[in-house]
Design a protein around this ligand. Structure first.
Ligand code: SF4
Ligand SMILES: [Zn+2]
Length: 372
């Protein structure tokens, strides 16, 4: 909460944000509209997230934002995501009359299929059925921020209190209703070594696919202003993700990428206003690496990946040394050390003394259950 206090309030000044692009030969688009922001962020939020807040907006205000955004799109999309910077199915963020009003706007548009983003705990069978009553088969996709398939890591490294049992249940509901599930997976989780990050990203993608998700998208973390990650980076506890680590994940998910089950995205910043340390390589090779990754996304040609694997740069050798280095502390010890350092850093934090000790005991107990 203290870290997020000074975050910029993008949604105070903007009614919507649009992205349009071509992928696999079809037109894709996204509309993000103004709300008060993600309800999980109101109490701290996930460590990497700065989806930003906005002033109070009522249902008709939200519908107006989407209407204006739809009018300013360049051409009809095959797939269009319409979503707040948070969860479309969370009534605290998007009241039901706003949701249904937006679905009706889409029904009258020329765009073909609609998608939305929502946390797993907001997905229920009745609400999915109500969406389908308005849009039928045009209600096509729900994006879920899975981040990682390990509940302990979600809770103690990402601050996303999301049980993977709840995610699995959400997947079952969507599958039964024939709605596609896209699971977003994070690469660059704090306190994990680069190698552990690769292992968990790969395991999470495989877990999501085995549990019925249609596609996974792997996102490397860019450090944003006023996030917990920025603070951890300032304290020397977190280092920005190398694109070489990202390429390692792609290499290990070759089969899933070829089967169309895994996509990659956001390895570049798209000039987002609040990114301070993007995932990258060194100044000498960054432009080349980005251009090869873009080509790979467009073509899914593994020859391009081979060029990246064989790419020679000093920064790659340094990355490899760090990647292969054995970590001397266990993950739970690293997390405890980081929590203690953070508590020292915040003079006015409530996470001190007995409260901090209690948290560490619980965290260690749950670690035994989940990770050993
Ligand atoms: S990542 Fe998603 S759930 Fe987490 S704070 Fe951001 S918007 Fe909310
Ligand atoms: Zn380099």
């Amino acid at each position: 909460m203290l870290i997020r206090r000074d975050a910029e309030r993008y949604w105070d000044m903007n009614k919507f944000s649009i992205r349009e692009w071509n992928e696999d030969g079809v037109r894709e688009g996204g509309i993000w509209f103004k709300t008060m922001g993600c309800s999980h962020e109101w109490s701290g939020g996930c460590v990497m997230c700065d989806y930003s807040f906005g002033s109070k907006t009522d249902s008709s205000g939200m519908i107006d934002c989407v209407e204006e955004a739809l009018e300013s799109m360049q051409e009809p999309c095959h797939n269009l995501i319409i979503t707040p910077s948070g969860s479309m199915l969370d009534e605290k963020e998007v009241p039901r009359d706003a949701l249904f009003g937006i679905l009706k706007l889409f029904a009258g548009s020329e765009h073909k299929f609609m998608g939305m983003e929502s946390r797993a705990d907001t997905i229920t069978q009745p609400i999915i059925r109500q969406c389908k009553e308005i849009l039928g088969g045009r209600f096509r996709r729900v994006y879920i921020g899975l981040e990682c398939s390990n509940t302990w890591i979600l809770k103690y490294c990402i601050n996303k209190n999301q049980d993977t049992k709840v995610v699995k249940h959400a997947f079952e509901i969507l599958k039964a209703e024939q709605v596609e599930i896209i699971a977003n997976i994070l690469l660059g989780i704090p306190f994990l070594t680069p190698k552990e990050n690769v292992e968990y990203a790969v395991a999470s993608a495989k877990w999501a696919i085995a549990n019925g998700c249609t596609k996974c998208c792997i996102f490397p973390v860019h450090i944003k202003k006023h996030t917990h990650l920025e603070r951890l980076a300032k304290l020397g506890i977190y280092t920005q993700t190398s694109l070489w680590t990202y390429i390692e994940v792609i290499r290990k998910l070759k089969e899933e990428i070829q089967a169309g089950k895994v996509t990659i995205d956001w390895f570049e910043t798209y000039e987002a206003y609040n990114i301070i340390y993007p995932a990258r390589t060194c100044d000498n090779c960054y432009v080349d690496v980005l251009s090869l990754l873009r080509k790979f996304t467009e073509t899914k040609d593994f020859e391009i990946l081979k060029n990246l694997e064989e790419y020679g740069c000093e920064c790659k050798k340094d990355w490899k040394d760090t990647y292969e280095k054995n970590e001397e502390y266990s993950l739970v010890d690293r997390v405890e050390k980081a929590y203690r350092r953070l508590a020292e850093d915040f003079a006015d934090s409530k996470w001190k003394g007995a409260r901090l000790e209690e948290l560490i005991i619980t965290m260690r107990m749950e670690y035994e259950e989940h990770l050993q």
